[in-house]
Design a protein around this ligand. Sequence first.
Ligand code: NDP
Ligand code: 8X3
Length: 250
Amino acid sequence: MIAFITGVTSGIGKASAKEFAKHQYHLIITGRRKEILESLKTELENQYAIQVLPLCFDVREEEEVKNAIQSLPAHFKSIDVLVNNAGLAAGLGPIQEGEIQHWERMIDTNIKGLLYVTKYVSNLMVAQKKGHIINVGSIAGKEVYANGNVYCATKHAVDALNKGMRIDLLPHGIKVSAIHPGMVETEFSIVRFDGDVNRAKKVYENMIPLSADDIAETIYWMASRPSHVNINDVVIMPSVQANATTVIRN
Ligand code: NDP
Ligand code: 8X3
């Protein structure tokens, strides 16, 4: 079995790569940070006796995505599972003060990047008449919260694309699922706050957030259901979080 996972240099993607490796999947792992991809390849190949192919590209660059996927070696083309995970939030503020560059980064990564990867991987899946695409959305794709505007819009787009893909790929035997997490402590908030680690830490202060492993285990569970079962949609939250904005802190 082969899993293609985007955004494995950190957080949910890295934990997912480890989880699929643990279950003897061969892996195609992607991200922009080449050294991390290379060291993860070495770690997972040594630990699990699997083959790992690192592909270093920016999901926002359609040519890079196309070239990387179309030039996969033949034995790596029969992809069973695609986890569309690469994504980010940039900024948290009212729309009238929003930074255009933040908006472009989120739209280009979370929507256009996910679409580029999906197009080229789904072409391979359609040819083999099987596959499973698991999209990483967010509670921000189910609800809109103050100052979340554009990030929420991109994750609502992922929610819509997830439903649309499922319809279009149904006749081709391809399952499509989404997972929508609440608060998960990763590099997400550090990226969102442009590297401000202290501000990022405060997001998870005095509460127990989800871990990347919690999400990875759930993604693997979704991927490992019997072939006649598809998990359409999972919304997963820390026990102390009721919705996007209601959290109990100690
Ligand atoms: P991290 O910041 O820890 O990881 C993000 C990953 O995405 C990195 O591996 C990064 O790799 C990759 N990535 C970002 N931009 C690009 C790009 N342009 N091209 C290629 N890869 C890219 O965050 P998380 O693990 O938390 O986030 C993973 C997904 O989960 C995202 O889609 C996020 O929106 C979603 N999510 C996160 C939640 C949370 O609370 N943490 C909750 C709900 C959803 P690199 O920098 O090497 O390119
Ligand atoms: C990440 C979770 O609540 O910061 O998607 O939008 S949230």
